[in-house]
Design a protein. Structure first.
Length: 688
């Protein structure tokens, strides 16, 4: 088994085996662009490491061969010698997972090599700045020391020296920072010092990147984005180039088009005298890429030419990372840029007009999820936000509201004109009135097919389900996430399209279905072989579906017609003591169901509508037995509540999927389906 590939551009190994980052490095090298020399440890090695708990046989020998090749290409030596070779160690999955796994920069520095780096570059300040960065990053990523501890040291020394930025620190102050960092590591690691041996640093960093494949955040990202767990990550070992070598150096990220709007414009940010983590971590405020034209005009022109060349080569919008070292531009990575739904549509249509792709390719470039974003309000992609928690994107759209924990509270506040967001461990049919009254729904438990998710999607209400980091306390009327507490009445924003729960009122924008959208849908009509019918169970959704080109309703569920203010009538029918009582309740339901069907049929205006009669078992329309028994033990039950408790016990089932539903329910409650059929036929008769 071959574990390591050299990325010199002479060949393009299998992307699944070397990951997207290494593949892009090899492609850029093949195009003749200036790319720092690199080799990659294949994903197979990661999977073997995770399976065996150790580096697979032969891997360390191949890494040594890769290092020899880097030394030959750069004319520098790793861990020794007069010219120091420092390394960047980065993850690289076959499917992009930005920010989910680990990176270590400036690897190879120690108390000896930092002196050599200073002599080699004739810049003591740069060398010790790189060293303090490396120690903090390595200790955090590889040794598990909290990064905030290092940030506190840096902030303290800046404050003592009157420095407004880390770039203002002198060599002596940086030495003080480094000494404090090492004391923190020694204390946190119970007497284990920071490793001085460069080869040991490399081995530990590679293992840390492998381990990061199974970190909770990476697992969660794969779950949300439906990425298989058995792909593994590659490890890219690349010669360092330095953006922190003074004010003729810098680093940045650029897009060949605006990822928020899709507009054809050079878009991005950069920082001079900085390394990549400064941009990503927000340690300093980056500048718009357009300002680079004023500060490094030759680099700006060169970067613009290269990025457009990469877009033409890949025939797609690119997300590009670059570093400038003393006026020389180095390309670090290019990949397909993430984009909003609106941007995806515009870019696809524009590239057809530009002759870059054909209409079939344009259709393949826009995912169903991105199209779905266009039909719902969304968080303003240009607005800053404070992430509170993440869960599953259970129902798309975005909304702001005040946190409430009780459905009755939600209904009451909504009636007073307040916007609310219902936060629950999970929801049940009893919560429906509060769900209807809410701008959005958040649950700590449940998945994409949970009650909250299904009902929210049916109503077109944004929902985040399974946000497991939320610790909800109904008694205290608060939720806790880590060291943060959110009280009843506090504002949050729910982004159901991405599964994010954001603190405060983050602006939202209404989608606009412009000409680009309709052109794309026209191309879809030209090639599709299937008809498209909607899933809708009310007149509003049916009308919206018709406006967006649906050719009928393929499934109209009727269970939602039994909820809300109709739930008490359903319960009257279930509890009916006599046939007359049951018939009276069914007749009341028939009248409102007929109105529902009339609205749906009118919206479809002759197009086919497929109606599914009531499917769930009746116990789903009753309160939970446990809730009623808890109330009985504390406050006691009213006569009505006691009857509901007995009915819930009578209708409870071990396996509702195989129990009293569908045709079996029709045997026990024949009047129920007769009522639904009559309501539907009456509505049809009115249309004839």
């Amino acid at each position: 088994m071959k574990w390591v590939e050299i990325l010199d551009g002479s060949s393009l190994p299998d992307r699944d085996r070397i990951g997207g980052k290494a593949w892009s490095v090899a492609r850029m090298a093949a195009l003749g662009l200036e790319v720092p020399p690199a080799f990659v440890i294949r994903t197979d090695a990661c999977l073997a490491y995770l399976d065996e708990g150790a580096f697979p046989g032969g891997l360390e020998d191949e890494i040594a061969q890769g290092l020899s090749w880097l030394e030959e290409r750069t004319g520098r030596e790793f861990g020794a010698g007069r010219k120091r070779l420092l390394l960047s160690i980065r993850s690289g999955a076959a499917i992009s997972m930005p920010g989910m796994m680990d990176t270590v920069l400036n690897l190879g520095l120690n108390d000896e090599t930092v002196q050599g780096l200073a002599s080699q570059t004739d810049d003591d300040r740069f060398a010790f700045d790189a060293y303090r960065r490396f120690i903090a990053m390595f200790a955090n990523i590889v040794m598990g020391v909290e990064y905030e501890k290092f940030e506190r040291v840096l902030s303290r020394i800046k404050a003592q020296s009157g420095a407004s930025s880390d770039t203002d620190l002198t060599v002596e102050q940086l030495r003080e920072v480094i000494a404090a960092y090492k004391r923190i590591i020694f204390a946190e690691q119970h007497g284990i010092a920071f490793p001085e041996d460069a080869s040991e640093q490399l081995r530990m960093a590679i293992a840390a990147v492998f381990d990061s494949w199974m970190r909770p955040r990476a697992i969660h990202y794969r779950r949300v984005n439906r990425i298989p767990d058995d792909l593994g990550t590659a490890v890219n070992v690349q010669a360092m180039v330095f953006g922190n070598m003074g004010w003729q150096s810098g680093t940045g990220v650029a897009f060949t088009r605006n990822p928020s709007t899709g507009k054809r414009e050079f878009y991005g940010e950069y920082l001079l005298n900085a390394q990549g983590e400064d941009v990503v971590a927000g340690l300093r405020t980056p500048e718009p890429i357009s300002h680079l034209h004023e500060e490094l005009p030759e680099v700006y022109e060169q970067l613009g030419t290269i990025t457009q060349r990469l877009e033409r080569h890949y025939r797609d919008m690119q997300d590009i990372e670059f570093t400038v070292e003393r006026g020389k531009l180095w390309m670090l990575q290019t990949r397909r840029g993430k984009r909003t739904g609106a941007a995806a549509v515009k870019i696809a249509v524009d590239m057809v007009d530009e002759g870059m792709i054909d209409t079939r390719t344009a259709l393949a470039r826009v995912s169903p999820d991105q199209l779905d974003q266009l039909l719902h309000p969304m968080v303003d992609p240009d607005a800053p936000f404070d992430l509170l928690a993440e869960g599953l994107p259970a129902s798309p759209g975005a909304a702001q509201g005040r946190v409430v924990f009780d459905p009755d509270d939600a209904e009451a506040l909504n009636a007073e004109g307040h916007k609310v967001i219902l936060v629950r461990h999970e929801t049940s049919p009893d919560d429906f009135h509060g769900m209807v009254a809410s701008q959005a729904i958040v649950t700590a438990r449940g998945g994409m097919t949970s009650h909250a998710a299904v009902v929210a999607r049916g109503m077109g209400t944004p929902c985040v389900a399974g946000a497991s980091d939320l610790q909800i306390d109904y008694g205290q009327q608060q939720l806790v996430v880590g060291d943060r507490t959110v009280l009843r009445g506090d504002w949050i924003t729910v982004d159901g399209s991405t599964g994010r729960v954001l603190s405060g009122q983050v602006p939202t924008v209404q989608p606009e279905l412009g000409d680009d959208f309709h052109r794309l849908m026209g191309w879809a009509d030209e090639v599709r072989r299937l008809g498209v019918r909607a899933n809708a169970d009310n007149a509003e959704d049916a009308a919206r579906a018709r406006d967006n080109g649906a050719e009928g309703i393929g499934l109209c569920r009727t269970e939602h017609m039994f909820l809300g203010d109709r739930l008490p009538v359903v319960r009257r029918m279930i509890l009916a003591a006599t046939p007359d009582d049951e018939d009276e309740a069914l007749e009341e339901l028939r009248r409102v169901q007929r109105e529902d069907f009339e609205g749906i049929l009118a919206a479809m205006d002759g197009l086919p509508v497929t109606v599914r009669l009531l499917d769930p078992p009746l116990h789903e329309f009753l309160p939970k037995v446990a809730d009623l028994e808890l109330k009985a033990a504390t406050d006691g039950l009213t006569d009505q509540e006691e009857r509901l408790r007995r009915a819930a016990l009578d209708w409870a089932e071990e396996n509702p999927m195989l129990g009293i539903r569908g045709v079996r329910l029709a045997v026990l409650k024949p009047g129920l389906y007769a009522m639904q059929v009559r309501a539907l036929l009456d509505a049809v008769a009115d249309r004839v």
